[in-house]
Design a protein around this ligand. Structure first.
Ligand SMILES: Cc1cc2nc3c(=O)[nH]c(=O)nc-3n(C[C@H](O)[C@H](O)[C@H](O)COP(=O)(O)OP(=O)(O)OC[C@H]3O[C@@H](n4cnc5c(N)ncnc54)[C@H](O)[C@@H]3O)c2cc1C
Ligand SMILES: *[C@@H]1O[C@H](CO)[C@@H](O)[C@H](O)[C@H]1NC(C)=O
Ligand SMILES: *[C@@H]1O[C@H](CO)[C@@H](O)[C@H](O)[C@H]1NC(C)=O
Length: 509
């Protein structure tokens, strides 16, 4: 076959895919293209939105991304002793397909894998110690918790199975107007029930033992979301998936995905704080009225504003996180939705750990646990303690035992006092503290989750945080809002909020 026929075939094939995705009913030629789109926030959500918007609307539209702080948002690194360490979102699940796709597309790579071992601390002693031997762990778990461990694995897998359906829906251009509808499309009523019931209730109802929940599940929700097993079942399941094997991170730092996506989408980064978004109308052709969004912002050179056809807000609209006023919109949108974000303080310490703090007799030179999780104990000031490897590992990098000076990350609800640091560490060469409003303070029954659509062409990506806050969730919401923006602009309704997609798309791939 000659190259030429090959490329004609490839062209036809791609063309068919396009039709398959969009359906034949689309008539974009009837509507003018949008000229300008604004995205507020350059975390993984906002930058992924820029990427998917470019994919949906083509090369001509101008995409401006506003960022008041640093590109990456809740993905950030701290420099300690010449190396960068993740201080925010750190691990990615092997089945997080959007994150995987970004890393491939941007020519980034996964960080080299290093072995890790987990232990659980109850405030007095280590109650569980992972062995280097898989079989030993299995036997220990069987001995103490019967089949709970295996059953948990299967339960999380069955939820992940349904979760993965979203990628096919999005591939075919489908999107949803609310978080609840998106979850329902993935897992039906059972996913909505997961929003309403706590992880603890859900697991008890599924036959898990209270001892297993207290000893093993609680430490996992504490390290991943700083909260107890009273968080909703859905975010609980996401948290448990975050304890699977095969977790990875981006070489050089997860935030590199954000700057990469900005560059790749040819979006304009505007370093400014958005203060207001208001609806403006103008007379248009044929006596019609055109609606625009005026984005007001404050940058280095003072206040300014600009008009857009479409706006995507990709930052949580909650107290202490952002303060954007909306006007000209009815019913009115207030600057803050109800509900608070949970504070998690990440304290990174280059120093020597006080191993006896963990109530263990082990010699520091033999102590090689990398993650120490904790049970729900009043006596505990910390949620977790992890030994960190650099975001990019230098050649010949070797993990050190606790007898060496190395970098530790402590997660706690409040800032650690000097006294607490003194007890935890024998020596401290450098200390960096980062106070995050990290993820929602989850509760059940869940209040109504904010909508993806705030107004006609004004979208709210960060609503997804209330289902579960994670990099991949923001990326899924980014593609969802880009598709919503596209379909609303071109008045296509056949790919919005469709029911029963799982059955209808079966056999399509
Ligand atoms: C300590 C910690 C650990 C975590 N661990 C993990 C993990 O292991 N795995 C995982 O997948 N997820 C993890 N997460 C969650 C994950 O980091 C977040 O879900 C994700 O990064 C959110 O991205 P986002 O773009 O939606 O929001 P953000 O990253 O919050 O981005 C919003 C951006 O908007 C900007 N902004 C706000 N207001 C304005 C304004 N008015 N004008 C302009 N810009 C504005 C902000 O500066 C910010 O950069 C963790 C989070 C924290 C804090
Ligand atoms: C969840 O709770 C809300 C509010 O209590 C209720 O309106 C909704 O019907 C519940 N959903 C399910 C699936 O139980
Ligand atoms: C180390 O921890 C133990 C147990 O909490 C404590 O008694 C001891 O004082 C700590 N060591 C130092 C040097 O602070």
């Amino acid at each position: 076959m000659s190259l030429r026929t090959l490329s004609v075939k490839a062209f036809l094939f791609l063309g068919l895919c396009q039709v398959g995705r969009r359906g034949l009913a689309s008539a974009p030629e009837l509507t003018e293209q949008p000229k300008k789109i604004a995205v507020v926030g350059a975390g993984i959500g906002g930058t992924a939105a820029a990427y998917f918007l470019r994919q949906e609307f083509g090369p001509a539209v101008r995409i401006d991304v506003y960022e008041a702080g640093t590109v990456g948002g809740r993905l950030a690194t701290e420099n300690i002793g010449g190396y960068e360490y993740e201080s925010g979102g750190s691990v990615i699940h092997p089945l997080n397909l959007h994150m995987k796709h970004f890393v491939d597309k941007l020519g980034l790579s996964q960080r080299a894998d290093v072995p890790s071992r987990m232990a659980i601390f109850d405030g007095k002693e280590l109650t569980f110690e992972e062995s280097e031997w898989f079989i030993v762990n299995v036997l220990r778990m069987l001995w103490r918790y019967g089949l709970n461990f295996l059953r948990m694995h299967l339960w999380v897998e069955s939820i992940l199975d349904k979760f993965m359906r979203i990628y096919q829906y999005q591939q075919f251009g489908h999107c949803f107007t609310s978080v609840e509808r998106l979850l329902h499309a993935m897992g039906g009523d059972s996913f909505l029930t997961l929003l309403n019931n706590t992880l603890e209730e859900t697991m008890l109802a599924n036959g898990f033992s209270q001892a297993f929940i207290n000893d093993i599940v609680t430490p996992i929700t504490r390290v991943n979301y700083g909260q107890s097993v009273r968080l909703p079942g859905f975010v609980g399941a996401v948290s448990l998936a975050g304890a699977d094997s095969g977790l990875w991170a981006v070489d050089g730092g997860n935030k590199r995905v954000c700057s990469g996506l900005l560059y790749h989408s040819k979006a304009e980064l505007i370093p400014a704080r958005v203060t207001a978004v208001s609806v403006k109308t103008r007379p248009a052709k044929h006596g019609a009225v055109a609606t625009f969004y005026e984005v007001n912002y404050v940058g280095e050179s003072g206040p300014a504003h600009s008009l857009y056809d479409i706006v995507i807000v990709a930052t949580p609209l909650h107290q202490d996180l952002s303060d954007i006023s909306f006007s000209g919109i009815s019913p009115p949108i207030s600057s803050h939705f109800p509900g608070r974000y949970h504070q998690t303080v990440a304290t990174l310490v280059l120093g020597q750990l006080n191993v006896s703090y963990l109530g263990t007799e082990q010699k520091p030179s033999d102590f090689t646990f990398s993650d120490i999780l904790t049970t729900d104990s009043k006596a505990l000031a910390i949620n977790s303690l992890s030994s960190l490897d650099p975001a990019h590992m230098p050649p010949n990098y070797r993990q050190q035992p606790a007898s060496q000076t190395k970098v530790w990350k402590v997660f706690s609800h409040g800032p650690l006092s000097e006294l607490q640091l003194q007890e935890l560490f024998l020596s401290r060469e450098q200390v960096r503290e980062r106070r995050w409003l990290a993820y929602p303070n989850y509760r059940t029954p869940q209040r109504r989750i904010p909508p993806f659509i705030l107004h006609d062409r004004l979208f709210y990506l960060s609503a997804i945080d209330w289902a579960a806050s994670a990099m991949e969730m923001s990326a899924i919401a980014a593609r969802n809002t880009a598709l919503l923006a596209h379909h609303r602009w071109y008045s296509q309704t056949d790919k919005v909020d469709q029911e029963d997609l799982h059955t209808r798309l079966r056999g399509e791939l």
